[in-house]
Design a protein around this ligand. Structure first.
Ligand code: RIB
Length: 291
């Protein structure tokens, strides 16, 4: 059974709920505000741990109260934070999220300490094994993404590369991943870029997901079951990585990922029990506990 090694972002999500999104130049009043755990990397790490994987988080937080609270939270969710660094010069990353009545969101990310993750971090990077799954997204410097992907590839570990938020990447980097994970919007941008991925998994919301021609349907939910779609893609990726790390085949991994993505929209915020001012309850028996 391999480990899931997530190299990525840790953000404090400042979430405002509004009736409708403001137009440019307009101000609206929020109905509610929450300060929640987020960041695509950390969301994926928590999802992988919830799916039962042994998970290491490689990332960077600021030397501040949110960073300390977040590290404690990850540890309480069963994520190994030995390789989570502290950057004295930058605040912990933040994301400003606005969610409207229709459950549509907009997100602005302020990278903060996430931008301090550097390529060539040998002393802060764990030794990798061939059965590990290294999970990457694009909220950290692209040089660090490439470095981590190459290092994983050299170790014989599998790379799962989530191209979110979208950035153009060269085919030489995309080809290190199995799979590249994109939503429909990102997949279109990838196609427009002219680059290709030798292994491509596209998530299609209510229409399921397809991995190089192998399709799984989405879990269908009624509108009133959908609370907040923030982080659903991250839950999908985390559960996918956990399944691949335990040796699941493509269809089994896709089904586990689809179930986790559907579950994630049923709670507010990117992670279950995401409030940063209190530690989450311990994982339920059999979840997130190493064998
Ligand atoms: O994918 C959702 C995440 O994107 C949020 O948690 C936010 O932090 C941004 O990184």
């Amino acid at each position: 059974m391999g480990r899931v090694v997530v190299v990525g972002s840790v953000n404090v999500d400042q979430v405002a709920q509004v009736e409708r999104h403001p137009k440019p130049g307009e101000t609206v009043l929020a109905l509610r505000h929450d300060r929640l755990a987020g960041g695509k990397g950390a969301n994926q790490a928590v999802a992988a741990a919830s799916a039962g994987a042994e998970v290491l988080m490689v990332g960077c937080v600021g030397d501040d109260d949110p960073g300390r609270a977040y590290a404690a939270r990850l540890a309480a969710r069963g994520v190994d934070v030995t390789h989570l660094s502290v950057s004295p010069g930058e605040p912990t990353g933040a994301a400003y999220i606005v969610v409207d009545d229709q459950r549509e969101n907009t997100i602005v990310v302020v990278p903060g300490a996430n931008a301090a993750i550097e390529a060539g971090w040998p002393d802060r990077f764990p030794d990798l094994h061939p059965d590990d799954v290294v999970v990457l997204q694009l909220e950290i410097p692209l040089g660090a993404v490439r470095w981590a992907a190459e290092r994983a590839h050299q170790a014989g570990a599998r790379v799962v590369l989530n191209i979110a938020p979208y950035a153009d990447l060269p085919t030489s980097l995309l080809d290190l991943a199995d799979p590249v994970v994109a939503n429909e919007h990102e997949a279109l941008l990838l196609a427009d870029s002219g680059a290709t991925a030798s292994s491509l998994l596209v998530t299609m919301g209510r229409n399921g997901a397809v991995w190089d021609g192998e399709v799984v349907p989405a879990v269908q939910l009624t509108p009133d079951q959908v609370q907040d779609t923030t982080g659903a893609g991250d839950a999908f990726v985390g559960a996918l990585a956990a399944a691949l790390a335990r040796g699941a085949g493509r269809i089994e991994a896709l089904e586990a990922a689809a179930a986790a993505g559907a579950e994630a929209v049923r709670h507010t915020g990117a992670q279950p029990d995401g409030r940063l001012d209190r530690l989450p309850p311990p994982p339920a028996a059999g979840q997130g506990e190493p064998d």
